[in-house]
Design a protein around this ligand. Structure first.
Ligand code: CUA
Length: 187
């Protein structure tokens, strides 16, 4: 074989290897872009499946957010569900009682306009939109008190709309929960 054809042969091999790697990187890019597109489109088109709705005009008449069902309750799995509503210009309960070191689920909605639901010192920050149930999970590592101001302008009384979250020792909470179906600071 001449030196010239040697050179041509190795150039051809190099070209094949280069093309193969180009194909590999193109496949990776297409795969990643495909995943991003799938996740984006899926989230944009599917949220309805997870949205829970409620009728804001009949909250007080019955169902999950009737007044006697608001507050904190212990679930069979040991977690605690807190149900609350916001209305111009207060939250019910106005003082939410929860145990420390326990998985919590907050379920809340609005009886009138859009309110804000934020618990200071935590990453809980959502909006209460009439007609929809806002769900947030939380866990407090220690007892303490957290302010819960409405953080969405909801008309003239907005500044005065706030509640409190009181985190107490888990054993104390469970003792109270044994005799009360729904708990708040008041009882
Ligand atoms: Cu409710 Cu601002």
């Amino acid at each position: 074989m001449s030196e010239r054809s040697d050179h041509a042969a190795s150039a051809e091999i190099a070209a094949i290897i280069e093309r193969n790697w180009a194909v590999v990187s193109a496949v990776i890019v297409v795969f990643l872009a495909g995943m991003a597109a799938f996740a984006g489109i899926h989230q944009a088109t599917m949220p309805q499946a997870r949205v829970e709705t409620t009728n804001p005009t009949t909250l007080h008449l019955g169902g999950e957010f009737v007044e006697t069902n608001l507050g904190s309750s212990v679930e069979p799995d040991g977690s605690v569900t807190v149900r609350a509503i916001g209305q111009q210009y207060s939250f019910t309960p106005s003082c939410i009682l929860v145990p420390a070191e326990t998985p919590l689920i907050f379920r809340a909605t609005s009886a009138d306009v859009v309110h804000g639901f934020i618990i200071q010192g935590t990453n809980i920050n959502t909006m209460l939109v009439p007609g929809y149930i806002s769900v947030q999970t939380a866990r407090f590592s220690q007892p303490g008190e957290h302010l819960m101001p409405c953080q969405e302008f909801c008309s003239v009384g907005h500044e005065g709309m706030w509640a409190k979250v009181k985190v107490i020792d888990k054993a104390d909470f469970m003792k109270m929960a044994a005799t009360e179906r729904r708990l708040s600071c008041a009882k």
